[in-house]
Design a protein around this ligand. Structure first.
Ligand code: MN
Length: 477
């Protein structure tokens, strides 16, 4: 014999197909304060089920954003069918396809006192492990109610901030000593701050624009965090087929209008969110904490999925981290002071970005005369790389030399002087005015930022001779 109040509950469920209790057992319970339970329900849409024991059943509401801690925020609560008392201890999987299919876990439970209970208004004082205080549910129409906290927010609790600006990096050199620093790979993408609350995300760009709609594949991060509220700092990156961040690929994702277009592009060119900092967690700002403390809180969230991850940070030798980053084809590293607070919007030197340089071996084909203080000496080396039957001009390098370098180069090159250019095609005359040509046999190495469209090295700087290499060893990286 089941109580008439549970007819709706039972009609929706087949005991052969769901592990949920059916409420056909005897009614009644020991005396004492009535119980409440809040269950986190990862169904088609994440929600929290708020249930109050009353007259032998659990009177229930589904609360899409969960129970508010902030008295200024009322949360929608949708009345649903009464549940059996045994449901208060239910957690588990409701099979897919069944009513409410998905996982149910107990988020909080306890007892409550009733201050008022009418058709339109229910006022209670909850005594739970997570939630304590006076709440009121009031009917706004049909099944819809509002859930409002009447007490002040819990001691020390702060609402999720509307906006926290990203902390910025100063461009610089690697820290001289590893102590007190940790380094992370620098990801070539777009900075994004993600606000997560009640299972929902809001994504903001570095210039505070709401870019949530542009990245639908990141919205599930809200569900992944469940009832946690958090502000994350990280980089949105598009990886290419070789697993490298590709800013070009990301470009097409950055200026998307319309949700349908965004979803289409998300299928074709999905992005990843690489999370490296935590600015707020469960009612508390964390920006004032030291980096290491924020980092361990972030790691405790265990963010790992196809579409988001917390990449490693390395407290070892910064140079080794940079070398590894460059070897992996990344831009460089960001080094952070381990004891530094998060300074929103500031560029205070506690975060330093160090861009890597690429290197290229080159064959010296000549040199131009120095000017000013280098008058009478070498001004710049004229560089080439082997190409077909000759040498292809790739530019000049005039920086990065020590006096010792220049002396040695002058001595070596003086033995190689010849009358004609060793280049297959003549370099532009304006770039090689007054050149002394040499036999193309000396190999050196430069660091540079990129190749130009004309096939020249951009921003080359001399690193040194490569006596272990001959011109035939030189390949274009
Ligand atoms: Mn539910």
């Amino acid at each position: 014999m089941s109580p008439a109040k549970l007819d709706r509950y039972q009609a929706k469920r087949d005991p052969a197909r769901t592990p949920e209790p059916m409420g056909r057992g005897p009614r009644g319970r020991p005396g004492g304060a009535p119980s409440f339970v809040i269950q986190e329900h990862h169904a088609r849409a994440l929600h929290w089920d708020f249930r109050l024991e009353r007259d032998g059943v659990l009177v229930s509401w589904a609360v899409p954003k969960g129970v508010p801690f902030d008295p200024k925020q009322n949360h929608l609560a949708v009345a649903v069918e009464d549940h059996p008392l045994e449901y208060g201890s239910f957690s588990g999987e409701i099979p897919k396809g069944e009513y409410g299919g998905g996982s149910v876990s107990i988020w909080d439970r306890g007892t409550y006192e009733t201050e008022k209970w009418s058709e339109r208004e229910v006022m209670v004082v909850l005594h739970g492990a997570r939630v304590n205080g006076r709440y009121v549910l009031f009917k706004t129409g049909g099944k819809n109610w509002m859930l409002h906290r009447m007490d002040p927010a819990p001691e020390g609790w702060e609402p999720l901030p509307e906006l926290v600006r990203p902390m910025l990096c100063r461009a610089g050199a690697l820290p001289v000593r590893a102590r007190g620093w940790t380094c992370e790979f620098k990801w070539d993408g777009v900075r994004a701050i993600i606000y997560v609350e009640g299972g929902r995300v809001r994504i903001k760009s570095r210039n505070d624009l709401d870019i949530t709609a542009a990245y639908p594949e990141l919205h599930a991060l809200g569900r992944a965090l469940g009832s946690r509220s958090a502000i994350l700092d990280g980089e949105i990156v598009a990886f290419d087929g070789t697993g490298r961040p590709n800013f070009g690929l990301l470009q097409q994702r950055m200026h998307v209008r319309g949700e349908a277009a965004a979803r289409r592009l998300a299928q074709r060119t999905p992005v990843s969110y690489l999370v490296f900092d935590l600015l707020y967690l469960d009612g508390h700002r964390t920006t004032g904490l030291a980096y290491t403390k924020r980092r361990s809180l972030l790691e405790s969230l265990e963010l790992a999925d196809d579409r988001w991850v917390t990449p490693a940070t390395y407290a070892g030798r910064p140079q080794a981290v940079l070398d590894a980053a460059l070897a992996a084809g990344l831009e460089g590293v960001v080094c952070k002071r381990t004891n530094s607070a998060y300074a929103p919007g500031a560029r205070n030197g506690d975060w330093v970005k160090v861009r890597g340089f690429r290197t290229q071996e080159v064959v010296i084909g000549g040199y131009t005369p120095g000017k000013g203080s280098r008058s009478g000496a070498i001004g710049a080396l004229i560089m080439g790389v082997p190409s077909g039957r000759g040498l292809r001009y790739v530019g000049k390098v005039g920086t990065g030399f020590s006096d010792a370098h220049l002396k040695e180069l002058a001595a070596r090159l003086s033995k190689l002087v010849r009358k004609t250019s060793p280049f297959e095609e003549e370099p532009p005359r304006s770039q090689v005015a007054g050149a002394t040509w040499v036999r193309p046999s000396l190999v050196g190495e430069v660091r540079f930022s990129d190749w130009t469209r004309e096939g020249r090295l951009r921003q080359p700087a001399w690193r040194g001779l490569r006596p272990d290499k001959s011109p035939t060893d030189v390949v274009v990286e």
